[in-house]
Design a protein around this ligand. Sequence first.
Ligand SMILES: Cc1ncc(COP(=O)(O)O)c(C=O)c1O
Length: 433
Amino acid sequence: MRTLEPEPEPTAALPPSGAGLQAATALIHHPYQPPAGFEALPPGVFKASTVFFPNVAALRARQWKDKSGYTYGLHGTPTTFTLEERLASLEGGAHCLLCPSGLSALALVNLAFLQTGDEVLLPDNAYGPSKELALAELRAYGISHRVYDPMQPADLAAQIGPATRLVWLEVPGSVTLEYPDLPALMQVLQAANAARAGQSGQGGGGFAGQGSDQAAAATPPSLAAAPLRPILSALDHTWGAGIAFCGFDFGVDVVLQALTKYPSGGADVLMGSVVTRDPALHRQLLHTHMRLGLGVGANDAELVLRGLHTLHLRYRAQDASTRTLAHWLQGQRGVAQVLHPALPGSPGHAPTGSATRAVPPACSACSGSRTSGPSRSTPFATGCACFASATAGAAPSACACPTTCPPCAAAPGRRGPALPGRSHPHTARAWCA
Ligand SMILES: Cc1ncc(COP(=O)(O)O)c(C=O)c1O
């Protein structure tokens, strides 16, 4: 049997300026610096956990809370800062944080703004795992939730209670793609906040300072759920991709995206973004983001940066293909209803008027009534030649066929019969490029 001998020390010649160092050390602490001034379209990919400081004083004076420098890979690199700035511009916001997935971005928003005794409201057609989070972790932390019908602003008004601190919005809703009237929903929230501000005698009802460290420190936990705190709104803008409309134009406080879907576009990366305009809300998110260690890798950031170059082109092309598909589906036997925001008769068809620049390139084909079950959609999905059966994510041509109908599997209190005035038959969902 061959015994393993220790590797001999490499004897390669040292570069002239590395003289005096062992060859192995010289390879790590190599003096060569490439010339400055390399300019190209793709941003550089900078990868590091540890970053160097010129001296101990600079190390001690490091500042991770703004983008004035670098402190640790988790807190940002030139690559992630670049992506954050571009995404903030895409959404019409001012600050952006990256998370390792869309779902972790959802969790970040919940954990940053909610505390024991608070209540969060979710639309009944919210992204499924968002509801799971509310049912498991948020509940375990003493944070309750309610489900509202996003197609009925009056229902949102009815669900708001004194402990309501955060309202999630999704436009359109996941899987069934109803297109809620966002201005009407925001009016409900603004009226609730104005009433709270009036009660507190503070006036204004604005959010300025509400997320500040000072305000958080001055608020005893026992008063954290006091009715007079304003309700924050968070939009899951995954389907809109920052293109369909600008959430901030409607007064939304936080806009989130699963970059996994349209911005990356290649079905090969997971990432999420959380964008704000208000610096105080951003600071609150930033602290939670840091404490949870929600950094992203530079290679993944690079993939999304590359995807952004073609985002508008792909979104427009997918929109056109999906409209063709939606019309074709309408003529197919066995299809009970096609849900696509641009189709007359589809729930929430064009409610937002000129403020909506595009509609999401996805449509749902409903295979039957609630009683017929998902079995009707299975043969349809199986029979698709060019649409792979897939989960959500970013596959350009995918057909998702849930085993349960998401609205039927809504949180307790909404399980069972259809909401008044709503059809939510089991769906097979398709989207295409
Ligand atoms: C509307 C919506 N929000 C959030 C997510 C979560 O994104 P991720 O898969 O990156 O966790 C998804 C994923 O499909 C989604 O469709």
